[in-house]
Design a protein around this ligand. Structure first.
Ligand SMILES: [Zn+2]
Length: 407
């Protein structure tokens, strides 16, 4: 039994047309009008497939295909929102491959012991409302519903008001319920599968993440009359930190990645010595202990920069998530499915967060990666070939079938 590649290709094109950008990408921000149209399209397809639809208080959409026994469901899905000028594979592909897997169960009139449920999570990207993965976070009991409701976009609009406006403020409680398993297919968003000419990655877990915030206070002064010897330049200290943060990854080696992605300079004008700089530090590694060492190094780098430039600083390590391992039985089911499909696969770890991270706190969870061309994502150039998608979708289909148990 296999999925219908042509039908899957058509649905990628149809859903991808909602919020399409002129250069082949996608802008479908969470709870926007485009998101509503995308959701409506999905719900219509789910009804056609005979699924029982329910929507929870975070706007997560569920479509259940009944099982033959009163057992917890095998859940599969992803998110359907995108970043601005993002691609049409991130998120949407996981939702559409799950739909295709269910359609294929219907084609072959297969009955399963466990129900099989498609899920579409609200606001995974965090591009419009922070934090990212907010709705699976509420579901896993890690984020309070009230806090999620009060998340505001850059125009001050509340998440709950947008949920209501687009008609997806559902009645069902957004809480953890028993699941047989959760499976999510997603693009890799990195270069490894393509470099090794593989079509499927069997994801073993999601890396540990550590976020820090640094504020450097120098002395703001005139760029002309102030001689170099009496300057306390916050940006010069920040530049040392930026280089130092990259050095952490070089020195620790292995898989650790370190990034300064956000920098705010005040007053940020041509003729003043910068008085204040804030910057973000993102560090990731599969081993939680490595990040403890990375944070110690960061402390030292900042202290040295501060001594050299004579500035003051505040360094806050404000957010950390440990490594999220996936369930061995789900990983094994995905490996068997990938082998049966004839996919070229290997085990891999995810460097990005996904809804699966929170779902792993609820029940046995696993993910399937398909390659990203040039490793690129969150851009209009995002691309995965239909051949690789077919291998991934078939892997999802067979793994879900095994976990749901043929009746
Ligand atoms: Zn995604």
């Amino acid at each position: 039994m296999r999925i219908d590649r042509k039908r899957l290709e058509t649905s990628i094109e149809e859903l991808g047309a909602i919020g399409a950008t002129p250069r082949g990408g996608l802008t479908r921000l969470a709870l926007s009008d485009e998101d509503r149209r995308g959701r409506d399209w999905m719900v219509a397809r789910m009804r056609e497939a005979g699924l029982r639809i329910s929507i929870d208080r975070m706007g997560n959409i569920f479509g259940e295909r009944a099982g033959t026994e009163p057992l917890p469901p095998v859940m599969m899905g992803s998110h359907a929102d995108s970043v601005p000028t993002g691609g049409k594979y991130d998120g949407q592909l996981g939702v559409l491959c799950a739909l295709e897997a269910i359609r294929s169960l219907n084609d072959h009139a297969v009955r399963t012991r466990h129900p099989v449920t498609l899920v579409i999570f609200t606001n995974e990207e965090g591009a419009r409302f922070q934090p990212a993965m907010i709705a699976s976070g509420v579901m896993a009991g890690k984020i309070a519903l009230e806090d999620a409701y009060n998340a505001r976009d850059k125009d001050g609009i509340r998440l709950v008001d947008e949920l209501e406006r687009i008609g997806y403020l559902g009645p069902e409680p957004c809480v953890a319920r028993p699941i047989r398993a959760y499976l999510e297919l997603h693009i890799e968003q990195g270069p490894f599968l393509e470099e090794e000419k593989l079509s499927v990655g069997v994801v073993e877990g999601i890396v540990a993440i550590s976020w820090s915030r640094l504020t450097i206070h120098g002395v703001q002064d005139h760029a002309g009359p102030t001689p170099m010897r009496i300057r306390h330049d916050a940006l010069v200290a920040a530049a040392e930190v930026v280089t130092g943060v990259r050095g952490i990854a070089r020195d620790l080696g292995g898989d650790v990645v370190t990034t300064v992605g956000n920098l705010t300079v005040a007053p940020n004008i041509v003729n003043a010595i910068p008085g204040r700089v804030t910057l973000s530090i993102d560090m990731r590694d599969p081993r939680t202990e490595t990040l403890d060492r990375a944070r110690e190094r960061l402390d030292r780098i900042v202290r040295e920069a501060y001594e050299r430039e004579g500035v003051r600083y505040e360094l806050e390590h404000y957010w950390q998530v440990p490594y999220t391992p996936f369930a061995p039985e789900v990983i094994a089911a995905v490996e068997r499915a990938a082998t049966t499909v004839g996919a070229r696969w290997r085990r891999i770890r995810s460097g990005a967060g996904h809804d699966a991270q929170y779902m792993a706190a609820i029940g046995p969870t696993g993910m399937i990666f398909v390659p990203s061309h040039d490793g690129r994502s969150h851009c209009e150039e995002e691309f995965t070939s239909i051949e690789d998608i077919e291998d991934g979708a078939n892997t999802l289909f067979l793994a879900a079938l095994e976990l749901a148990g043929r009746a």
